[in-house]
Design a protein around this ligand. Structure first.
Ligand code: GLA
Length: 457
């Protein structure tokens, strides 16, 4: 198990590489002083366990080499000054006690402010201003968690700039909570892996209490990320929060039918724990209790014996007007996906002779469940998954929130070159717009390390 109690506040020596040099030069020309330190937080790819963290279930991601790297100098000004090396993201500044996060427009600076505000509230005394220049290499809106990496980087920067100390676990928990200021009710996967990742290791991330366990993926295969080129920012639509509330309502309806306490806030995972049964039993309970037709608002109110007003209290701000809820499909996905995560970890630990095939099958089942039960795929992702399977992957699935973004495929190492060539040919080169983006769109990846801070000695 990862030693999550260790603070990441041990400065590493800045690498003598071009990225650091360029960032330092740009920082000096922007702020007229050298950076005091640098902070980095990685993006992630989720291998399996999609849309189940916010129901309390374990997920299995690994960190990417792609990250957010920021150069920082604390100041006496009480002002946060933000700039980005990518000119698409405009300069921004705000007084540290006048922070406002607009949930109707997910602009880049708001993710930084989420991280800042989370730490500010945790310590109740954050006074340092910050000059900061951000450089990101995670493609935005692609399901690789560029937004959480920015929140985590900002949280870490705020801790360091104010001379505070927190463990990686505490940072991950605070950053998971404070990212919700943007309006999306995410689970804690992205922030946890960003802080708890270790080079060379995928991680089983479990919640309540948060912990991360190494998972060594069997030799002989690599994970390849492919971008569908359909962008999706989960904070800009209601898809994500609708799924969150459907899971909340499903948990309550199932709980009530089983004579379990349902009034308090309850996740599908809490219900399983409360009933003290296995995932198999939860899947048959879903079959017995829920129907596949969507539940209207009236039916939900009737099932739970609550008023429309009480129903509104269960919903989030941006899902107040949702007319109906697919409870059966969402609960079925969550319990079956939770079981696939357990199975994936078991295959990795036991490495039977057909391990790669078994893992590939689990990834394929996961995609089908995301597509058909959770409805978080899209035609581009489905096509890309098919192309990846045709091109030699043993397993392929959407990764991250979905509705666009990336797929992750498991490819036997000896087929990697022909796989990359075929996917380029069929998915990217055949389409002019995708061809233009193809350089950062298809890449093999190794598990990278977690968030860290650097300075020059
Ligand atoms: C987003 C959220 C995560 C998780 C995934 C889907 O990345 O931030 O918490 O729910 O979607 O698995």
């Amino acid at each position: 198990m990862e030693d999550g109690a260790t603070p990441p506040q041990q400065f590493l020596q800045v690498s003598e590489n071009e990225r650091f040099r360029k960032l330092k030069d740009a920082f000096i020309s922007k702020y007229g002083m050298p950076p005091a330190f640098y902070a980095r937080a990685p993006g992630r790819v989720n291998l399996i366990g999609e849309h189940i963290d916010y129901s309390g279930y374990a997920v299995l991601p690994m960190a990417l080499e792609q990250d957010i790297l920021a150069a920082v100098t604390p100041t006496q000004t009480s002002i946060i000054q933000l700039a980005n090396t990518n000119p698409v993201y405009l300069d921004y500044s705000v007084q540290i006690n006048k922070i406002h996060i607009d949930t109707t427009k997910p602009l880049w600076q708001y993710y930084f402010l989420c991280g800042f505000k989370g730490i500010q509230e945790h310590f109740n005394s954050v006074s340092s201003g910050i000059n900061c220049l951000v450089d990101g290499t995670i493609p935005a809106s692609s399901g690789l968690s560029s937004s959480s990496a920015l929140v985590c980087c900002a949280g870490l920067i705020t801790v360091i700039a104010n001379g505070k100390v927190l463990s990686k676990i505490e940072l991950a928990e605070i950053c998971a909570r404070c990212e919700r200021y943007i309006g999306t009710e995410g689970g804690g996967m992205d922030q946890s892996i960003s802080f708890l990742a270790e080079k060379g290791m995928a991680k089983l991330i479990e919640f309540n209490p948060l912990r991360a366990t190494n998972v060594k993926v069997p030799k002989g295969a690599v994970f390849v990320i492919a971008n569908s080129c359909k962008e999706m920012n989960k904070a800009a639509t209601t898809h994500f929060n609708i799924r969150v509330v459907e899971c909340r309502i499903a948990a309550k309806v199932l709980a009530k039918a089983k004579g379990h306490e349902w009034q308090k806030s309850l996740r599908l995972g809490d219900l399983q724990q409360g009933l003290g049964v296995d995932l198999e039993t939860m899947l048959s309970t879903v079959e017995q209790v829920l129907h596949p037709e969507p539940y209207s608002r009236e039916e939900v109110c009737q099932c739970l014996g609550i008023s429309q007003k009480e129903l509104c209290n269960i919903l989030t701000q941006n899902t107040q007007d949702v007319p109906s809820f697919k409870l059966y499909q969402r609960a079925k996905h969550v319990y079956s996906e939770a079981r696939r995560v357990v199975e994936f970890k078991r295959v990795c630990d036991e490495t039977p002779a057909n391990a790669l095939q078994l893992l590939g099958d689990l990834m394929n089942q996961s995609h089908l469940s995301c597509r058909d039960m959770y409805e978080c795929s899209c035609p581009e992702l489905d096509q890309l998954v098919d192309v990846c399977l045709q091109s030699g992957a043993v397993g392929s699935r959407l990764t991250g929130a979905g509705w666009g973004g990336c797929t992750v495929s498991m490819v036997p190492t000896n087929k990697l070159d022909s796989f990359l060539a075929k996917v380029q040919e069929i998915y990217y080169k055949a389409d002019g717009q995708r061809a233009a983006k193809q350089t950062q769109s298809l890449f093999a990846t190794q598990p990278g390390g977690g968030a860290a801070i650097y300075r020059e000695v």
